[in-house]
Every structure is written in C-alpha cells, then in structure tokens.
Ligand binder design. Structure first.
Ligand SMILES: Cc1cc2nc3c(=O)[nH]c(=O)nc-3n(C[C@H](O)[C@H](O)[C@H](O)COP(=O)(O)OP(=O)(O)OC[C@H]3O[C@@H](n4cnc5c(N)ncnc54)[C@H](O)[C@@H]3O)c2cc1C
Ligand code: SF4
Length: 549
C-alpha cells in the first residue's frame, strides 16, 4: 500500500474536503450526528484543538459514541478568515486572563486559539519532533523532569501524524535522525539569508519540517506561499485539525458541538467517577452525560477548568489533592533578531518558519547552562514587524522609516527550553468571565538558566545575520508556546495524569492536550501534542476491549 493509501485507510480527512475550489464540506457538517444531552455517550471531549481532535477522530473510527465541545466557532475558511493581519484577531482566545510573576507572559492576543481546530488554526505550521533527550532531562542533565514514557514509545505516533498532516522537509539529522513523507518546499528570501549565514559559520541548517501540503494532498491544494499561515490558511494548504482530523471524525459518526463553553466537569461524589460536563450554549446552561470525559482545552484553560470543577470530594479543584494542577507551566523563551540587507529579502513570501537549526538543542558543556535552543526563520508580517521595531523603543519617524524599509529585513527567532518550575502556575483569579467563572491567573518567573539560554540564542542569531551580510541587527525578547500545567508523571505526587493521559484521581477522566507535557524541549509542540493524544486514543481503544478503562 502506498503512503497516501495508507494514510487514507487511517484518516480520510483530506479526501473528504471539497475539490470544487471551496474549503468546507458543508454536507458533512449538515449531516453530522447530533447527540442529545441526556444520551450517555462514550466520551465527551472538552476542546477540539490539536489534542482533542486527534482523540475524537481516532475514537470515532473505532466506533465510539464521541462528541467534542468547543467554546469557539466551527470555522469556514471561505467566509470566516481574511488575508489581513488586523482582521484575524477573532481567531484568538481573548477572554480575560490575569498575568503575574517577575517575568509575566503577555496573554490575550495571539497566545491560544478559540474554535474548532484550536490554536493550530493560527499556528505557524512548523512541526519538528522532540529529541529523545527531552524525555529524560532529569536523568541526563539534572534539570526538568523525566517523562513516564520514552521517545521510542512515541515514535510510531510521530510517524503517523507526520503522514496525516502531512509534513514536508529535508532529512532531519538531529535528535532521532529521520526523513519526512514529503520533499522540502522551495526556500523564500528569509530562509536563503539563514542558510547563507549558517553556512559561513559552519552551522548546519535544514529546510522544514512544515505541515504544509507540498503538491496536492487529497483534495488539499499545494501551498501558494502567500505567508498568511498565522492568520489561518484560506488555501487549506497548511494543516490544522479543522481539515486534517475533524472531517474524518464527522464522517465516522462523531459530533463537533461548537460555541459550547464547558464550565465544569461533574464527578459523582459516591463513585468518584466523572459523569459528564456542564456547558453553556446560546446562553443556556446544559449538561452532557458521558461514560468518560477528556479535557483538551490548552495549557491555561485545562488547569482552569479543573480548578473550577471543585466539589465536596475535590475541595481544592478536580485532581488537585497533591496541589499539582496548574504547576510546571512552561513557555519557551523566544528572542527574535532581525537583520537589514541592502538587497530585498521580502520575508513575507513563504511560510514564516521554513529553515532551522537544532545544533544547539542539547546541553553543551561549554555553555554555563543546561539544555538548549533551536533557531528558525520567523518572517513577521507588517503589523508584527511594527511590534518588533516598537519593542526596540523606536517610535514616530524612526518607526515609519523601519516600516517603509520592511522588504529589506530578515528575521530569525529562537525557541529556548525554559525549565519547568513548580511556582510557574495557573491559579484562579478573583475576576470572572461572562459565564461567571473565575478566570485564570498565570504567574511566571524565569530562572538564571532561562536567562543564560536566551543570551546564548541571541548571540547565535546575531552572528548568523552578520555572517549573511546584515548591516544592522535588532533583537527583542518574547515568549512562545505554552505547555504543561497538568503534567504526566509516574505518580500523583508529581503530576496529574499517568503515561496514558489518564488522571490519577478520577479513573474515567483523561487530559489529552499540551498541558500534560512534563518538558518542552526547543521544538514547537503541536506535533508532539497530537502524537501524545493518538497514543492515548490507542490506550482507550485497547481498554474498551481489554477492560483497563
Ligand atoms: C502564534 C502561534 C504560533 C504557533 N506556531 C506553532 C508552530 O509553528 N508549530 C507548533 O508546533 N506549534 C505552534 N504553536 C502552538 C500550537 O498551536 C499549540 O501548542 C497547540 O495547538 C496546543 O494544542 P492544545 O490541544 O493544547 O490546545 P488548542 O489547540 O489550543 O485547543 C484547545 C481548544 O479548546 C477550546 N477550549 C478551551 N477551553 C474550553 C472550554 N472550557 N470549553 C470548551 N472549549 C474550550 C479552545 O477553544 C480551543 O479550540 C503556535 C501557537 C501560537 C499562538
Ligand atoms: S504560505 Fe502556504 S500554508 Fe501558509 S497561508 Fe500561504 S498557502 Fe497557506
């Protein structure tokens, strides 16, 4: 069986999309199965993003009665998305969140997504794997945590998801060296600058991996290199669960219930088992019964929902007997360095992250810190570019000059592995949202190791751009990619879920999103989140026949 046939036998999503120039299979949505609140379905999933949608698709394929409730809309790329930076704000989760700590992480703009497809609707499409070392940083480096699963157990799921998105890239020499199902995309101006500078310095840099169709895939067209990946790809070339997993789930009998904000996971005080979820839709409070519950609401909203689901049995929050919920929330340090060139670069003409190096990913004894960083092209569009320049302190005439010079700039970004610390956590704030629920308060502070990594990454990026011929470089400090907050561990004193994403406290409650990651590496997390969810799905499916659930 060929690669495409193999994928199609497992997940037919790309072939279920229309091939008439429109982007949404309206018939599938219209004819979607709809469960009644009173039906006891097999599994209700909170959140239809990276982790939730993979679980939904896998279980629907296995005949489970399964529904995913998402707080946001069921997007139609043709009518809901625009090729305009300012006009894409509605893709983000902008409900209030409180930030605190010595180094607070700005939230409320483009940190996480809202709606079917989750944050992958507006993610950049870069999909590297974690390295084997990421699963055992405590043993290897004395920092972070060891996962209760190893890389080798996740590898088959990485391979499956890479085929289903599908991922295009050069053979990857770092971590566990591997190839990708599709050849790398042609390189844009920003990538050329990176490759030139890296080559001068003897740094290996590679093209990909991007989850962007390179050639037709099913009914999904080839990328047209319009650079709007972060605004939602109207072409359907960039992978997101909306097109990679939801269509197949619907065709196999799953329900996706959009605009449904889950407010509480209900647990039977007598049995200690989850019985369903309370949610608000069209202003009405409702309750969906289910035999099992999975939460996949993103690293801020998942801990928030657990904390908001306190009860007589769990007075401090659901699954929080050992004060683990909300802790070890991580964010990658993401300094961004821009360089100016006399020749035009036109960095917008390509997927934003396209070329990267993982040469600095692991602990280097020559550096005064543990773990490492990756460097990728980032290619901001004009508004984001203005933010970069303004963050440097430029304003008024100077800002206008930088803006009119936009096509001459190249931009690189690092992802630094900031360490998981127990005090970096989500708790509940006094402030309430429109449903009357306490919003999340996220407190974040860096440690010395984090700051040392960011300095090292900045220095490498500035060297690369200078080596490529930049006559001016400017660097700003930022953050990227939140994960953790309800991590997996070997026991309930060190985490919230086990290696199969099953909560220690409630036997029929699972968490299948980025919140379960114990470490973050220097890789973008979506592929790993999907792989972890696919593995959890196999565990559930095996349990249904083997009785472990
Ligand atoms: C600007 C940006 C660029 C990024 N680029 C990349 C990249 O290039 N590569 C990469 O790997 N990662 C990238 N990421 C990160 C990646 O998108 C996320 O890590 C990933 O999507 C998180 O998956 P998740 O399943 O945890 O949550 P999500 O995908 O965010 O899904 C959570 C879903 O739950 C819903 N939800 C939340 N609470 C509730 C509730 N109470 N009731 C009902 N529904 C709820 C939300 O509406 C959302 O749809 C990027 C992120 C951002 C913000
Ligand atoms: S660059 Fe390609 S993947 Fe990104 S928005 Fe454009 S068509 Fe979609």
């Amino acid at each position: 069986m060929g690669l495409r046939d193999g994928v199609r036998a497992r997940n037919e999503s790309a072939w279920l999309l229309p091939n008439d120039g429109t982007r949404t299979n309206h018939r599938l949505r219209r004819d979607m199965r709809r469960f009644a609140d009173g039906d006891e379905i097999d599994l209700v999933i909170v959140g239809c993003g990276a982790g939730g949608s993979v679980l939904l698709q896998r279980l629907a394929r296995s005949g489970w009665k399964v529904a995913a409730l998402d707080a946001g809309p069921f997007w139609d790329p043709d009518t809901d998305w625009v090729s305009d930076e300012a006009g894409s704000h509605h893709l983000y989760w902008t409900d209030p969140r409180v930030i605190a700590g010595a180094d607070p992480v700005p939230l409320g703009s483009n940190n996480s997504g809202r709606g079917v497809g989750g944050s992958m609707i507006h993610y950049a499409g870069y999909t590297p794997r974690f390295h084997p070392s990421d699963f055992m940083t405590r043993t290897l480096d004395g920092v972070g945590a060891d996962w209760p699963v190893g890389y080798s157990e996740l590898r088959p799921y990485y391979e499956q998801i890479e085929q289903e998105l599908p991922v295009a890239g050069e053979r990857w020499p770092w971590g566990d060296p591997h190839g990708y199902p599709y050849r790398p995309h042609p390189v844009g101006g920003n990538g050329e600058v990176f490759l030139r500078g890296a080559d001068k310095l003897g740094i290996t840099a590679k093209v990909g991996p991007v989850a962007i169709a390179n050639g037709r895939f099913g009914n999904r067209p080839h990328c047209i290199y319009r650079g709007f990946c972060l605004q939602g790809c109207k072409v359907n070339a960039k992978a997101s669960p909306l097109i990679t997993h939801v269509p197949d789930a619907l065709a196999r009998g799953a329900e996706v219930r959009a605009d449904a904000m889950v407010t509480q996971v209900e647990v039977d005080e007598r049995t200690g088992r989850a019985t369903g979820v309370h949610y608000v839709r069209d202003g009405r409070e409702r309750f969906q019964r289910a035999r099992m519950v999975a939460v996949a609401g993103y690293s801020i909203e998942t801990p928030r929902l657990l904390l908001n689901s306190s009860s007589g049995r769990f007075p401090g929050g659901l699954c929080n007997d050992f004060d683990q919920v909300g802790r070890y929330l991580m964010v990658q340090g993401a300094p961004q360095t821009a360089g100016r060139f006399d020749a035009e670069v036109r960095m917008y003409k390509a997927p934003p992250p396209e070329v990267s190096t993982e040469e600095f990913y692991e602990t280097d004894p020559a550096r005064d810190c543990k773990r490492g960083f990756s460097v990728q092209t980032v290619s901001p569009l004009p508004i984001t570019w203005a933010e970069h320049v303004a963050a440097q302190g430029h304003w008024g005439t100077a800002l206008r000059e930088y803006m009119s010079d936009y096509v001459h700039w190249s931009c690189l970004g690092a992802l630094c592995e900031f360490l998981p610390l127990p005090e970096n956590r989500v708790t509940l704030a006094d402030e309430k949202d429109s449903c009357g629920l306490p919003v999340a308060r996220f407190s974040y502070s860096q440690c010395d190791n984090d700051r040392a990594l960011a300095r090292a990454a900045q220095s490498v990026m500035e060297d690369i751009l200078h080596a490529a011929g930049a006559d001016e470089v400017i660097t700003i400090q930022r953050y990227a990619h939140l994960v953790g907050g309800a991590r997996m561990a070997r026991d309930e004193r060190h985490g919230v879920v086990d290696e199969n994403c099953r909560s220690f406290a409630v036997p029929n409650l699972y968490l299948t999103d980025g919140s379960v990651l114990p470490t973050q590496g220097s890789a973008n997390p979506a592929l790993t989140i999907m792989a972890v969810a696919a593995r959890a799905a196999d565990h559930l499916i095996a349990g249904a026949s083997g009785g472990t659930t």
